[in-house]
Design a protein around this ligand. Structure first.
Ligand code: CA
Ligand code: CA
Ligand code: CA
Ligand code: CA
Length: 342
């Protein structure tokens, strides 16, 4: 789940400490940002009691002894992700072949997180706090040519790159409530897409570039919405009293995977873009969040605390064939698949 205003913890908190720290952050998401406090979204594990009895289901039971595996069952692809394994948050790149250690792309003392690939796989947009309360930066996939794209005193972050490569959508607090803005990379021209006085966060582009899915609390509950790029056609996708966040489109554009607490703890779900057939994919009492659908449509990567610290996993879009992709005592989160060259 998502939090604002919390710091990445370098200590290896007990689940109880983690729950308390992040629960405070979840409360803060509803509050206006305070001066000097950065806006940042965080995983919120264990908000439900750990003793919660999960509802019975006929879903395939996941194996309890998942081996570390970098065999995705598909073609080799790279994943950018966020980790604090070097002492502070940086954006890393892992190549999913055995023996390859993740490469630290940002390697900066400031917080660097939330990678988003350019559609040709040559650049990464990311959120960095190195210049203040959060800006969208660009860099080459090698970590070079770092540029501050937004350069504004208010928070700007959570970038998403348009499929045609021309535009980046991002979350911004410059209007004193969070909105989704679109910025033309070449000209710097910006447009407020959401224009609503409630929270609008976490944009992701549809594969055809025509729509953006995002998260809003405009109906007093966190839900997934879809809107056309011209600002028309706003549609609410999720209709559940639980917190529904972190959308990611399927490659064919027909479905959206997301994270939700609707069943009492953070789990990954998938739903048709018309709002029908919500289906739960993960069944673990630990935190599961930050889903990312692979460009070839065959896998969904996500973050989970099921092995005691945040690691990145991948599964089929029906929840089967789970594999773990990272093996570090640090927090590894926010996976984003590198697009394959066209
Ligand atoms: Ca850093
Ligand atoms: Ca808003
Ligand atoms: Ca879970
Ligand atoms: Ca880890």
């Amino acid at each position: 789940m998502l939090l604002l205003n919390t710091r990445f913890s370098n200590d290896k908190s007990t689940p109880g400490k983690t729950r308390g720290r992040r629960a405070r952050g979840l409360v803060e998401i509803a509050q206006p940002p305070k001066r000097g406090i950065s806006l940042h979204l965080k995983a919120t594990p264990y908000l439900a009691a750990l003793s919660l009895i999960l509802p019975a289901c006929d879903h395939q039971q996941l194996p309890s002894d998942i081996e570390l595996s970098q065999d995705l069952g598909t073609t080799v692809q790279d994943i950018a992700f966020t980790s604090d394994r070097n002492g502070n948050e940086d954006v890393y790149l892992m190549t999913l072949v055995p023996g390859n250690a993740p490469l630290n792309l940002t390697n900066h003392a400031g917080r660097d997180t939330d990678p988003a690939w350019s559609p040709d796989g040559t650049q990464i947009a990311f959120t960095s706090y190195r210049d203040g309360p959060g800006d969208v930066f660009l860099m080459d996939a090698s970590g070079e040519q770092v540029v501050n794209l937004t350069n504004h005193t208010a928070f700007d972050g959570f970038p998403a790159w348009s499929p045609d490569g021309s535009t980046i959508a991002f979350t911004t607090y410059r209007d004193l409530n969070s909105e989704i803005y679109l910025i033309d990379i070449a000209t710097g021209e910006m447009r407020n897409l959401t224009q609503h006085d409630c929270f609008d966060i976490l944009p992701v582009w549809s594969p055809d570039g025509a729509r953006i899915a995002f998260v809003s609390r405009r109906e007093h509950n966190w839900d997934i919405y879809v809107i056309n790029i011209d600002g028309t056609g706003l549609t609410r996708i999720t209709h559940d009293d639980g917190i529904d966040v972190e959308p990611t489109w399927s490659a064919d554009g027909s479905r959206i995977a997301f994270a939700s607490m609707r069943d009492g703890n953070d789990e990954i779900y998938v739903i048709n873009v018309d709002g029908t057939d919500p289906t739960r994919l993960t069944f673990d009492q630990a935190f599961d969040g930050f889903p990312a659908w692979s460009p070839d449509g065959t896998r969904i990567a996500f973050t989970s605390l099921r092995d005691g610290n945040e690691e990145i996993y991948a599964m089929n879009p029906d929840g089967s064939e789970l594999s773990r992709l990272t093996d570090s005592p640090a927090n590894d989160r926010f996976p984003r698949w590198r697009p394959r060259p066209h």
